[in-house]
Design a protein around this ligand. Structure first.
Ligand SMILES: CC(C)(COP(=O)(O)OP(=O)(O)OC[C@H]1O[C@@H](n2cnc3c(N)ncnc32)[C@H](O)[C@@H]1OP(=O)(O)O)[C@@H](O)C(=O)NCCC(=O)NCCS
Length: 219
């Protein structure tokens, strides 16, 4: 058996084991058939708002390492099922090759993580998410998958780190940023509006028999 096949089996086993029975059934039903809606949001990075933040949470920002990922994996089971699903989806995202994941750590504990995705990752977007995300234009980044660990919520990490990452992209010469936010994620929508993101499309997502379809306008 090939090493990549073995490693896929190992990953699948880990995911199934970590989800547990109830979450697994929920996930299977969701993948079998569900309909969700997302806002596609965009900001011109020149116009990124630097409104005063209510809180400046502590911590150090760095790129997620393999050790960090191992720690996250080891602790997944202590969270309740909906949180576990959120974390596992992000582990899978990382393992699909999206490695520009930033973590905010306090005393070496991970409080928050979030991705910046660059145009040179378009091939990977097309490989795994061609019905989910648009390919990025030159000089455009995508900001995705914000997550605060429950014990660190309510401290202001979402606006603080999102802005750090978007400013990093701006300083690296990128012109715009795009994000996809589910219509019931009111906290994230509010924060994105505050940063001057505008809704550019409302997407309907249909999951059917394990496949995902969004009504992307692909020429
Ligand atoms: C969304 C999420 C990242 C917010 O994390 P957080 O670090 O606790 O959020 P913050 O502390 O930065 O709060 C941002 C704002 O939202 C508000 N807020 C946060 N959680 C809230 C809640 N459950 N209900 C109402 N308001 C909430 C805060 O009060 C704050 O507003 P304020 O600055 O006016 O006081 C976190 O809940 C999470 O990881 N959720 C699961 C994954 C997810 O939904 N990711 C977003 C994908 S788009």
């Amino acid at each position: 058996m090939s090493t990549s096949f073995n490693s896929s089996i190992k990953k699948a086993r880990y995911m199934i084991g970590s989800l547990g029975g109830y979450s697994l059934i929920q996930l299977a039903l969701d993948r079998l058939f569900s309909i969700n809606h997302y806002y596609v949001m965009k900001v011109n990075l020149k116009r990124l708002s630097d409104y005063p933040l209510k809180r400046n949470p502590s911590g150090e920002l760095s790129l997620l390492t393999v050790d960090d990922l191992t720690k996250i994996k080891q602790h997944v089971r202590k969270y309740k099922s909906n949180i576990r699903r959120e974390i596992l989806a992000r582990i899978q995202f990382y393992e699909r090759g999206f490695h520009n994941c930033y973590v905010m750590k306090i005393d070496n504990k991970i409080a928050y993580f979030q991705w910046l995705i660059y145009p040179n990752e378009n091939e990977n977007i097309r490989k795994y998410f061609k019905r989910t995300f648009y390919s990025l234009q030159d000089q455009q980044v995508m900001i995705e998958n914000a997550f605060t660990f429950p014990e660190f919520r309510g401290r202001g990490y979402l606006p603080y780190v999102s802005r750090l990452l978007l400013n990093k992209a701006k300083n690296d010469g990128y012109k715009s940023a795009i994000g996809y936010i589910k219509n019931d994620k009111i906290t994230s929508l509010n924060e994105f509006f505050k940063m001057d993101f505008k809704v550019i499309q409302y997407l309907r997502e249909v999951k059917l028999a394990g496949r995902v379809f969004r009504n992307l306008k692909i020429k």
